[in-house]
Design a protein around this ligand. Sequence first.
Ligand SMILES: NC(=O)C1=CN([C@@H]2O[C@H](COP(=O)(O)OP(=O)(O)OC[C@H]3O[C@@H](n4cnc5c(N)ncnc54)[C@H](O)[C@@H]3O)[C@@H](O)[C@H]2O)C=CC1
Ligand SMILES: O=P(O)(O)OC[C@H]1O[C@](O)(CO)[C@@H](O)[C@@H]1O
Length: 382
Amino acid sequence: MLAVHFGAGNIGRGFIGSLLYQSGYETCFVDVNSEIVDLINEKGEYRVVLADESHEELVVKNVRAVNSAANPEQVIEAIVQADLVTAAVGPNILPHIAGLVAEGLRKRTKPVNVIACENMVGGSTLLKEKVMEKTPEAEREAILARTGFPDAAVDRIVPNQSNEDKLMVVVEPFYEWAVEETKIVGEKPAVEGITWVPDLKPYIERKLFTVNTGHAVAAYFGWQAGAKTIDEALQNDTIKQALEATLKETGRFLVEKYRFDAAEHDQYIAKIIGRFANPHITDDIPRVGRAPIRKLGGDDRLVSPAKQYEQLIGETPAYLAKSIAAALLYDYAQDPEAVEVQGEIGQNGVESAIKKFTQLNEANPLFAEIVKQYELIQENGI
Ligand SMILES: NC(=O)C1=CN([C@@H]2O[C@H](COP(=O)(O)OP(=O)(O)OC[C@H]3O[C@@H](n4cnc5c(N)ncnc54)[C@H](O)[C@@H]3O)[C@@H](O)[C@H]2O)C=CC1
Ligand SMILES: O=P(O)(O)OC[C@H]1O[C@](O)(CO)[C@@H](O)[C@@H]1O
């Protein structure tokens, strides 16, 4: 069985690649990083090490890689041969891989499934839309009849790596990969470790608005407090309490919306905060806080739960507003999106930035609460 995986980065090698290998797949990674591509082809294997006391090591074999910038025709050929196509490149990159995916799918006759493993609601659906834009109209129906784009939620913390062995990846022991079974076309891919679900929405929202909201809060509050890493941020009691209060807000609307058991959801939150504090992982704040414009988007981890809380609970969520304010204050000079946010605030003020990046309406009480929290953080810190 052949899997073609776009993105040989942290989650690609550290999570998806390792499960594919353990399930008996040969994996062809597709990436634009020539150093990583060359190393994979030279070694033909890499190590995945668990970030816990055991330091258990898995050697992932049966791997090769293609540089899609240099050899696009090899990528198309691999997709033609593939039994499964996956991606973990980041939501903003999905449109850039769509052309090659479309070319590969056009040349196929057999069914296949394409699964995007990104931190967003509807990643595979977005990729499908972008692939269709690259496909001649007359061919779209036939391709969709033989290609599934099931949405997915992936959860495993894989920090940036600084190992001497550039292919080795240190990962947290926990993982969850939920995939929408109802959108599969043809046979279900035989990947051990996938949790098949009939409807992904509750899984992706629970994960995105707990793990990823919580992580973003730790990063943006931590940044204000001068912390360098997530576990350092969590040693600050004020930040820990603010994180817990924010996840109480997201938990309240999630329980209301999906009828989750409230006590089980509290345990889910506690487990996640424990994962953030894993002393075997050094997770830099700039990695977790990266791309604040994406994270401030109306459907992403901060603004979407705040809007849904307003709708379902009928109140304004003060801690989510504070988290959005902290994201607006994230002024890391090496992050191009943070620089753009600061530029907008500097030129046109924070209200203009809120409108531009969150698409919130000024008449929404959440808008005024974000401005208030922004000023409070500026005056008093977190
Ligand atoms: N790192 C983590 O713990 C987790 C990450 N994710 C999601 O997985 C996705 C990837 O994240 P990471 O692996 O952390 O990022 P990463 O930056 O380590 O990996 C992304 C990879 O995509 C490659 N890439 C960029 N443009 C490309 C293109 N046009 N074609 C092919 N490859 C291209 C990059 O060279 C890089 O190797 C993101 O959506 C992230 O939200 C989800 C869960 C956990
Ligand atoms: O990958 P993103 O969406 O930029 O956000 C970083 C987040 O991704 C993760 O790496 C994995 O879920 C989390 O550690 C963090 O919440």
